[in-house]
Design a protein around this ligand. Structure first.
Ligand code: APR
Length: 309
């Protein structure tokens, strides 16, 4: 366990992430921060009151300021507005950029050594904003997207094949949007290549559903976007860092030439440990996957070039 983890944004994703972190006892203290008065305090207190029943000793506190967050080991940023039906993640661009900018400025001042996990959308561009504003190295500004997109893809595969989710290995790379790149060549069921177990047409339909997994939930909820699986994704990354697990997970990382891409945040396989990103793994891709990744990088660069810093 680490000393302190801060979650900024006490909305659906942030509050659920705080609860998962506390229940897993990943930190001594979890600080929930939000601009809405009373909300982080109320949710933090409510979660702490569940501790005797759930049996965790992590203290959860809520606040509207950053004094209590000082010297956090990890900061998860979920602040911002969520999608409504008909909106793309890019529609959130300037509102969320302003929010992530002001949050990042505060975090850089109060927790200069923290590892940041960004969840706010549009994800890859928000990572860029946080990295530019804090000046933190790329090892410590990491985006949560691939873990979620891969989990959606894996859950649909497990359902279609009627097998355990534990046995589905899969990775989704690229930007967190319509251009994400599910790697069919690396999708296996206990090591068995997926196309030995499923017809290409059925797999294509699942890939398509995973690509639109966020929109499917937005359409159902009508008033907001997904939060159970997104908070799980963020907390899996937190756990890998806290426990120095050296897990290989698809995360959004600042590329400096890997996969032929430079100066852009993109989902790639990384090794996550106590220092944050400890390695970016460059795996071989098919020509189609390479082309799809390049297209995805361009789709991230476009909003990146217009975002106000
Ligand atoms: N500082 C702190 N918190 C803020 C700020 C800010 N400057 N601006 C907004 N918030 C808070 C809101 O008050 C709200 O409580 O962020 C919270 C967002 O919560 P929700 O509206 O419930 O949104 P949520 O579903 O949690 O999604 C948050 O994560 O997955 C992404 O696309 C999603 O960008 C969205 C973010």
């Amino acid at each position: 366990m680490v000393n302190k983890i801060t979650v900024v944004g006490a909305g659906n994703v942030g509050a659920t992430a705080a609860q998962r972190i506390a229940e897993k006892e990943l930190a001594r203290t979890v600080v929930l921060v939000d601009i809405a008065e009373g909300i982080p305090q109320g949710k933090g207190l409510d979660q702490w009151e569940s501790a005797p029943i759930e049996g965790f000793d992590t203290r959860v506190i809520g606040t509207n300021g950053y004094a209590e967050t000082a010297n956090s080991d990890i900061v998860v940023i979920t602040a911002g507005i969520a999608r409504k039906p008909g909106m793309s993640r890019d529609d959130l661009l300037n509102t969320n950029a302003g929010i992530v900018k002001s949050v990042s400025e505060q975090v850089a001042k109060t927790s200069p050594n923290a590892i940041l996990i960004i969840v706010s959308n549009p994800l890859d561009v928000m990572c860029y904003v946080a990295k530019q504003v804090t000046g933190f190295p790329r090892e410590r500004v990491i985006g949560m997207a691939g873990v979620l997109d891969s989990a959606r893809y894996r859950s649909f595969l497990a359902e279609a094949l009627d097998v355990s989710v534990h046995d589905i290995q899969a990775m989704v790379l690229g930007g967190h949007g319509d251009t994400m790149v599910p790697l069919i060549s690396y999708t296996t069921v206990s090591g068995i290549p997926i196309l030995q177990l499923m017809k290409k047409e059925a797999l294509d339909a699942i890939v398509d559903r995973a690509r639109n997994g966020g929109a499917e939930i937005v359409k159902l909820l009508k008033t907001g976007s997904a939060y159970y699986a997104p908070s799980s994704g963020a907390v899996q990354m937190v756990e890998a860092i806290v426990k120095d697990q050296k897990r290989i997970l698809p995360c959004s990382a600042w590329l400096t030439g890997e996969y032929g891409q430079k100066d852009v945040y993109l989902g790639v396989p990384v090794k996550l440990g106590r220092k944050g990103i400890e390695q970016i793994l460059e795996i071989s891709l098919t020509a189609d996957e390479k082309a799809a990744l390049a297209k995805s990088a361009d789709a991230v660069r476009e909003p990146m070039s217009v975002v106000k810093l």
